[in-house]
Design a protein around this ligand. Structure first.
Ligand code: GLU
Length: 508
């Protein structure tokens, strides 16, 4: 491991909402930094203005904040290596690309997009793939094939050009990846990627490597989709003479569809009814809304657990980790290289767990918002009691209503099927007797009620089922709900008796 102070960066491009894969990259960077006493930096890679989406940066910051993985340095924080938005660093990159031209590691290319498209089509027609590589560059319009005078003239005339990296010929590039071990590739077939364009903007590759160097990044932790760029990045470090400052690389495994067949996409989420974005996103152009974990009712704690296990495994039986525990346990060596299947049921299961361990008051506060939307103003103390009773039956706060509506409104109607099964000839008489008994109760508390009601059932030989089913129907309107004596206690004496009277009136 490097002896330099650990510095990692999360470097998203603000082209739309952050996919959960991106958030996982942020999380693993954060965990690695915190575990090793390092710094977690947020850098915004917005050099590709054609794909820039204005609200995306805010979305990224909000997502990190929601999960509690805030940058120590960079956009949204301070730091000595700024600015941290690449669009604000434009003037930095020209000097670096000039250095590569001077050393012969990069060259001007004047092929127009149309010319390249035609070449691609020709190749395709012959079932070959066109690559601007060491075999092809000698036949194309660039500073390797044109005279210096001609190149100077074309630049002077304002002809559009790009600057491409010149991969060495027939060189074996050896790379080390903390997840995958040694990776080797022959340079001859590698695309001489564009580093810089005549509009003065660097491409992702140049800006990314230069900034990692200038920001003293020690470890690059990112998604597997960037692995094909690694030979170029490593070669750039060599070309600049920065090999001793080169970061270590770790490419995180892909996140796969639930059936393991291919990368997890937004479409899979739409189909399976689960979000693939941390927060809800409204597309600024199409106005299309994509669901988010936060709005779907996931707790940030669940989200962190879901993300942590996408590719990482502690190697123990422990399933639930707080952020602090993740920091303690995280080791990049325990990240696997095979794709991680996303399991929507497991995601819900995590939320169920955090629902049980979360304090009832905070759940009640959230549930009160749902009640408000329904026009119900309920006392927080009552809501807390209700939450405590029903939360083991739900995965999300939004599901509480279905299990607890009767605490907040008396039954509007009685479930016909249940009436048929539970309301007998004798039910009115029994409930009337029960009302008398309840009226005389001084302590209207679940276990006290249970003792005296059960004694009455036994004494009068009413039969347990006959009493409890009819009584539940009266209080709830159907056969659902928690322990009936608990319901009575929460409803209180007056409401309990009112509901029983109403049922007698309606059902007899
Ligand atoms: N801007 C790249 C992205 O959007 C960063 C890749 C990297 O971390 O090098 O993912």
């Amino acid at each position: 491991m490097s002896v330099r102070p650990i510095r990692v960066r999360f470097a998203p491009s603000p082209t739309g909402p952050l996919h959960i894969g991106g958030l996982r990259t942020a999380l693993f960077n954060y965990l690695f930094a915190k575990k090793n006493g390092g710094t977690f930096i947020l850098r915004i890679e917005d050099t590709d203005q054609s794909r820039y989406v204005e609200s995306a940066e805010q979305y990224i910051s909000d997502s990190l904040k929601w999960c509690g993985i805030q940058p120590d340095e960079g956009v949204g924080a301070t730091g000595n290596f700024g600015p941290y938005r690449q669009s604000e660093r434009k003037e930095i990159y020209g000097e670096f690309v000039d250095r590569l031209i001077a050393t012969g590691d990069a060259y001007y290319a004047f092929d127009t997009p149309q010319e390249l498209d035609e070449l691609r089509a020709d190749f395709e027609a012959q079932k070959r793939t066109f690559t601007y590589d060491s075999n092809m560059r000698g036949k194309l319009k660039n500073s390797l094939t044109l005279s210096k005078e001609e190149v100077d003239r074309m630049i002077k005339e304002g002809r559009n050009y790009v600057i491409r990296f010149k991969f060495p010929e027939d060189d074996v590039i050896i790379m080390q990846d903390l997840v995958r071990g040694e990776v080797r590739v022959n340079s001859s077939t590698l695309d001489d990627k564009v580093l810089f364009k005549s509009d003065g903007m660097p491409t992702y590759h140049l800006a990314n490597v230069v900034d990692d160097y200038l920001m003293k990044i020690t470890h690059v932790i990112r998604g597997e989709e960037w692995l094909p760029s690694l030979p170029l990045h490593v070669s750039l470090y060599k070309a600049f003479g920065w090999t001793s400052e080169m970061p270590e690389f770790a490419h995180l495994p892909l996140i796969l569809k639930p059936d393991g067949k291919g990368k997890l996409s937004k479409r899979d989420g739409d189909k399976g009814g689960f979000p693939v974005f941390p927060l809800q996103w409204k597309d600024p152009v199409s106005q299309e809304i994509s669901s988010g974990y936060r709005e779907a009712g996931y707790f940030p704690e669940s989200c962190l657990n879901i993300l942590a296990f996408l590719g990482w495994n502690p190697g123990t039986e422990q399933e639930f980790f707080s952020l602090e525990e993740l920091v303690q346990s995280f080791e990049i060596e325990k990240v696997g290289k095979s794709g991680a299947k996303f399991d929507p049921d497991k995601a819900k299961w995590y939320n169920h767990h955090y629902m049980q361990v979360k304090d009832n008051e905070s759940i009640a506060n959230e549930f009160q918002l749902i009640l408000k939307e329904k026009g119900i103003e309920a006392d927080l103390k009552l809501v807390i009691k209700v939450v405590a009773k029903v939360k083991e039956r739900v995965n999300f706060v939004s599901e509480i209503w279905d299990h607890a509506d009767f605490f907040f409104q008396s039954p509007v109607e009685f479930d016909e099927k249940v009436v048929k099964k539970s309301w007998k000839e004798s039910s009115s008489a029994i409930l009337n007797s029960l009302i008398k008994l309840l009226e005389s109760e001084t302590v209207f508390e679940s276990s006290e009620l249970e003792t005296s009601v059960k004694a009455a059932i036994e004494k009068n030989e009413w039969g347990m089922g006959a009493v409890m089913n009819a009584w539940r129907l009266a209080l709830v309107g159907t056969s659902k709900g928690p322990h009936l004596f608990d319901i009575a206690e929460i409803l209180g004496k007056e409401e309990t008796i009112n509901r029983m009277r109403k049922a007698i009136e309606v059902l007899s």
